[in-house]
Design a protein. Structure first.
Length: 332
């Protein structure tokens, strides 16, 4: 019975995700169509266009899709996607999925490290602040979160770049591998050193929301009747926090952790630009400025699917973390 309801719930979610992805792609396409950038002038240049013949200009217009009606362009792209073909990147002259695969491979370590560090650190700070409500650890953590939540990610990235790369010289200035080094000579340690600062930036900016929300949940738990009863039985404060606090804040923490995927992916766009990190975020900026519609649509749909999948996983994990939800599902 529970499995049947789980499958039904998952099916409804997947249908909803499909509709949302369709809406995301349509909005992205309309925004690109409304962009004031001229693909020919942006990528070829006004001087070069002036020296071309009419036939050459027509071929360029056909290549960039300038002479194709918008409805026909979108329906053609959508038809290809339904067949598993996201088209060819106009800038890189490679299949869109090939470009996304390469860039996502560069960003994967960066995004995964930032996601895990921000989640663990945010939950730890939130639990600590809630357990010491009104005391100096709580004031210190709240002040940190308020400052960080109002700090732009790109400004923090520039600050860390100046401190650790320019002034101290401990870490590379940018890129994902050492400049001028052959691909086969690049080691895992080299990639790790180049990913430290971008991952640290995304981790620091992603902590605030998780910590503040976990703090509020922890305060509610510490003021509950069963915690008062546990204290009356003589349980230590550490035991109350570990046995009752962590157990009850884990569910909202999981929700926030998977919901934070969108924030980390969004923040990576600016952070990768600052560090010249050749990841998916930088490819999205390049595609947008270069009017590479197939690539931008592909990146938008893939990243949106990752975000929606994170939310779906969080929903499915509810029943694993909280037995009350399993019992509620069985009764239904």
């Amino acid at each position: 019975m529970i499995l049947k309801h789980r499958l039904k719930f998952t099916g409804k979610k997947l249908i909803r995700i499909g509709i949302l992805l369709l809406g995301v792609s349509l909005v992205t396409f309309l925004l690109m169509c409304a962009s004031p950038l001229d693909p020919l002038q942006t990528n070829v240049g006004q001087v070069a266009l002036g020296s071309m013949s009419a036939e050459q200009v027509e071929r360029l217009e056909a290549y960039w899709g300038v002479d194709t009606p918008p409805v026909q362009r979108y329906l053609g792209w959508l038809s290809g996607v339904l067949q598993g073909d996201f088209g060819t990147s106009l800038l890189y002259r490679q299949p869109v999925m090939t470009v996304i695969g390469e860039r996502l491979g560069n960003s994967f370590l960066l995004l995964l490290a930032a996601w895990m560090i921000s989640g663990v650190l945010g939950m730890a700070l939130g639990v600590t602040a809630g357990a010491f409500r009104g005391k100096w650890p709580d004031k210190l953590i709240r002040g940190y979160c308020i400052v960080i939540s109002s700090t732009p990610a790109f400004w923090l990235a520039i600050l860390l770049l100046m401190i650790f790369s320019v002034w101290l010289g401990w870490l590379p200035v940018g890129l994902s591998v050492p400049a001028g080094m052959a691909a086969e000579a690049v080691s895992a340690a080299d990639r790790l050193r180049h990913a430290i600062l971008p991952a640290l930036t995304l981790s620091i900016t992603g902590v605030a929301n998780i910590a503040l929300h976990t703090r509020e949940k922890m305060i509610d738990v510490m003021e509950s009747d069963y915690v008062l009863f546990a204290r009356a039985r003589g349980e230590s404060e550490l035991s109350v926090v570990l046995r009752h606090g962590l157990r009850n804040v884990s569910l909202p923490a999981i929700t926030l952790q998977f919901a934070s995927v969108s924030e980390i992916i969004g923040g990576s766009v600016l952070v990768e630009q600052v560090f010249s990190y050749p990841g998916l975020g930088q490819a999205a900026v390049t595609a947008g400025l270069g009017s590479d519609l197939p690539l931008l649509l592909g990146i938008t749909v893939i990243t949106a699917a990752i975000v929606f999948a994170g939310n779906l996983i969080a929903d499915l994990l509810y029943g694993v973390v909280d037995p009350r939800i399993r019992r509620g599902t069985a009764r239904e």
